[in-house]
Design a protein around this ligand. Structure first.
Ligand SMILES: Cc1ncc(COP(=O)(O)O)c(C=O)c1O
Length: 347
């Protein structure tokens, strides 16, 4: 995000530097109560984080979890965050793509067919990157029930959840009841919502005895490889960063409206696939702009605007790009104006 980091976090980091408190990370007992309090106020849900494990980022927590469980096949739901594709390259894992349906819902029947076929793990992205979609309670419950019927495990990446806009209900996977508690772990961090990705800290947790069992094989060193700056900044974010978060959500929700109206004005041939319900990413079909085989290359090289290639989110998305709209309205308008200057009329 193109916005200044929350003042309490900047002050905290300044103090760590000023007092030379930059050694290895020890225990972080403050994290569990800080996250529980945040989740109770935000989502009316009390997570059980007694078995939470720290990692340097969500990617490492996920990869280590899959590695520790000797996973060989994983379901993803394209179009989906490029990390899901790239992280798995580290492991000898076959990616099974069950794309979202045409109206951007989870294809529960398709997912269940894969569970029935013995695929035991799924990476759920909720809220969904790149769409900004927040899956509803019914869809998530159906997913948990399907996973439970086949003894599958859902790794729910909820990193964008704190950025859910007012008027949309975000339901954490582990808040769905017994089926979800038997089948799920959540990976999350403050790195996206408070713009701290460079600080390197995240955590993974499951509920109760089942959660403890799922997390037990994770390597102990995963915790120590996380950063003292990141781990304690998460505590400050959950405790003291909520006003900043709320005002940032207002800003990005307004920015998403600006993006939608400016796309309609400047690039009417491009299609915003969905008005986001969370986060600051937009999924745009640019096939109508006639920018050639790799539209993102022309947009970068000639327009000097950086977008994420659709193919990063699934190999079939040859004419989609992902736009980050967490910036000022002026920059967004300038970016779209430059893209519009490249667009060729249909021949
Ligand atoms: C859904 C999702 N998960 C994970 C990440 C990366 O998180 P981390 O840097 O903690 O690995 C991102 C970053 O964009 C993301 O969008």
């Amino acid at each position: 995000m193109d916005y200044p980091v929350a003042e309490p976090i900047r002050e905290f980091l300044g103090n760590l530097v000023a007092t030379s408190d930059l050694g290895y990370l020890g225990p972080v007992p403050e994290l569990a109560p800080a996250f529980v309090d945040f989740a109770e106020k935000r989502w009316g849900w009390t997570p059980d984080v007694s078995h939470a494990r720290l990692a340097c980022d969500v990617g490492v927590a996920t990869v280590e979890f899959l590695r520790a469980h000797n996973v060989s096949r994983v379901i993803v739901t394209s179009p989906v965050y490029g990390g899901f594709w790239h992280w798995l390259e580290e492991l000898d894992i076959e990616i099974i793509d069950v794309p979202l349906t045409a109206d951007f819902e989870l294809d529960i029947d398709g997912i269940e067919r894969q569970f029935a076929d013995g695929v035991g793990h799924m990476l759920l992205c909720n809220p969904h990157n790149p769409l900004g979609k927040v899956f509803g309670r019914d869809a998530l419950t159906a997913l948990a029930e399907a996973a439970d019927r086949h003894g599958a495990v859902v790794i729910s990446d909820e990193i964008h959840a704190p950025l859910t806009y007012p008027g949309t209900e975000f339901v954490p996977y582990l808040a769905l009841g017994e089926e979800a508690e038997r089948t799920g772990v959540i990976v999350t961090s403050t790195s996206k919502s408070w713009n701290l990705a460079g600080l390197k800290a995240a955590f993974i947790f499951g509920h109760g005895v089942r959660g403890a069992e799922l997390l037990k094989p994770l390597p102990e060193a995963m915790h120590w490889r996380s950063s003292i700056l990141g781990a304690f900044s998460m505590v400050v974010a959950y405790r003291e960063g909520v006003d900043w978060l709320d005002s940032t959500i207002e800003t990005i929700a307004t920015s998403s409206q600006h993006l939608a109206s400016e796309l309609a004005r400047l690039l009417p041939a491009a299609r915003l696939e969905m008005i986001p319900e969370a986060g600051y990413l937009a999924w745009v079909d640019v096939s109508g702009l006639n920018l050639g085989d790799k539209p993102w290359d022309r947009i970068l090289e000639e327009g000097r605007v950086s977008v994420v290639p659709g193919t990063e989110l699934g190999p079939q998305y040859l004419q989609h790009v992902r736009i980050n709209f967490a910036t000022s309205p002026e920059i967004l308008t300038e970016a779209l104006t430059r893209i519009a200057a490249l667009a060729a009329p249909a021949s």
